[in-house]
Structure formats: structure tokens, C-alpha cells
Ligand binder design. Structure first.
Ligand SMILES: CC(C)(COP(=O)(O)OP(=O)(O)OC[C@H]1O[C@@H](n2cnc3c(N)ncnc32)[C@H](O)[C@@H]1OP(=O)(O)O)[C@@H](O)C(=O)NCCC(=O)NCCS
Length: 174
């Protein structure tokens, strides 16, 4: 039911907060492809929204986690698969955290990330990973994630979108 509003929020977040990290051409081509909403997470009930207490119905941010293999991307992203991973040997994926520019740097990204780590831990996972945008790196490093490798994601316009594969082992205190 929140799907159109989520698409709007995600586009506002990308256009408002990623301009220091990616070019307008990269952003235009990545939107709805490498970057965007994966409705599988909504269907799996592992995607969350943050609403401002004083503005019921407005969206301040969103983000989720997944027990599926897909590391990043929208419904139309590259390498999407519905395959379910084994929590005893594989990592939960932290997915698509997007904060509205009006609510950036207020701890909301941290709050949603922590919420996802707790939920994934309750589902049995002991390791978390993500394909982070360049914009997300400072937040994730601060939350204990380490760099795995930088990956250039091919975009429909022929350019690439660099994202950083990052991971973290659960401390059990999420
Ligand atoms: C990345 C993002 C989710 C961070 O959300 P946020 O709510 O602003 O993050 P927080 O307020 O929880 O930040 C926690 C800490 O992370 C670091 N951090 C977050 N954003 C930062 C930035 N733009 N530059 C430098 N450090 C940053 C800081 O250490 C910050 O603490 P501080 O504000 O006390 O200095 C947000 O910028 C965003 O939505 N970006 C666009 C979409 C995107 O790229 N999402 C990541 C997908 S993997």
C-alpha cells in the first residue's frame, strides 16, 4: 500500500543525498535499476518505514534486510534472484536504506540499520552484508562494517555505478 510513496521517497533521497558521490547521468540511469525499491522485501515483511511522529503518514526513511541472495538493487536490478540463503552459513543482506533529505543526519539511517540487524539476528543470522552506495559508506563503517571489495555495476546507459561490498559479523549485541 505504501509502494508509490516509497518510490517517491527513494527518488528524493537519491537525488537529494547522492549528488556528491555520483554524476547526474549515473543517478538517472541507476534509478529504478541498480538503485530503487525491491518489492520482494515488502512481500517478505522485511522492509520498514520511518514516519515522523508529528507528521503521520509522511515518510522520513525506509530500509530493510533480506534472507534472500540478492545483494542490492530494485525490482529491475541486475543479478536479482529469489534464492533463500542459509542463516547458519550465509549473510543476511542489509537492503535499500533511503532517508529523506529533510531527515538526514538525525540518526535515522542508524536506527533503521540497527532494527534490521536485530531482526536478522532473531532469524538466526550471524553475519550481515550489503552493496553500499558510496554515500552509505561512512554510516556503515561507523557501525562496524568492513570493506570487502569495490564493484562496478553496469548501468543501462553504458556507464557503471561503483558500490562497495561490505560485511559485519554479529556481536550478539545488536
Ligand atoms: C546513507 C544514509 C542512509 C545515511 O542516513 P542518515 O540518517 O543521514 O545517517 P545517520 O544520521 O544515522 O548517520 C550516522 C553517522 O554516519 C555518518 N554519516 C552519515 N551520513 C554521512 C555523510 N553524508 N557524510 C559523512 N558521514 C556520514 C556520520 O558519522 C553520522 O554521524 P553524525 O551525523 O553524528 O556525524 C543517507 O545519507 C541516505 O539515504 N543516502 C542516500 C541513499 C543511499 O545512498 N543509501 C545507502 C544505500 S546502501
Amino acid at each position: 500500500m505504501h509502494i508509490p510513496a516509497l518510490h517517491t521517497l527513494i527518488e528524493q533521497s537519491i537525488r537529494g543525498l547522492q549528488t556528491n558521490d555520483y554524476t547526474p547521468a549515473q543517478i538517472a540511469s541507476a534509478l529504478g535499476n541498480a538503485l530503487g525499491l525491491d518489492t520482494q522485501l515488502v512481500a517478505d515483511q522485511t522492509y520498514f518505514i520511518a514516519e515522523p511522529a508529528d507528521q503521520p503518514g509522511a515518510l522520513a526513511g525506509c530500509g530493510g534486510w533480506s534472507f534472500r541472495k540478492t545483494l542490492f538493487g530494485s525490482d529491475h536490478g541486475p543479478g536479482r534472484t529469489g534464492e533463500i540463503v542459509d542463516p547458519t552459513s550465509d549473510a543476511a543482506k542489509i537492503r535499500a536504506i533511503f532517508i529523506h533529505p529533510d531527515f538526514a543526519r538525525r540518526g535515522l539511517g542508524t536506527l533503521i540499520l540497527s532494527h534490521c540487524e536485530v531482526a536478522a539476528t532473531h532469524a538466526g543470522f550471524r553475519r550481515f552484508e550489503m552493496g553500499s552506495t558510496l554515500t552509505g559508506i561512512p554510516l556503515y563503517r561507523r557501525r562496524g562494517y568492513r570493506d570487502v571489495d569495490l564493484v562496478d555495476i553496469p548501468l543501462p546507459n553504458g556507464e557503471v555505478l561503483p558500490i562497495l561490498h561490505m560485511e559485519k559479523f554479529s556481536t550478539g549485541a545488536e
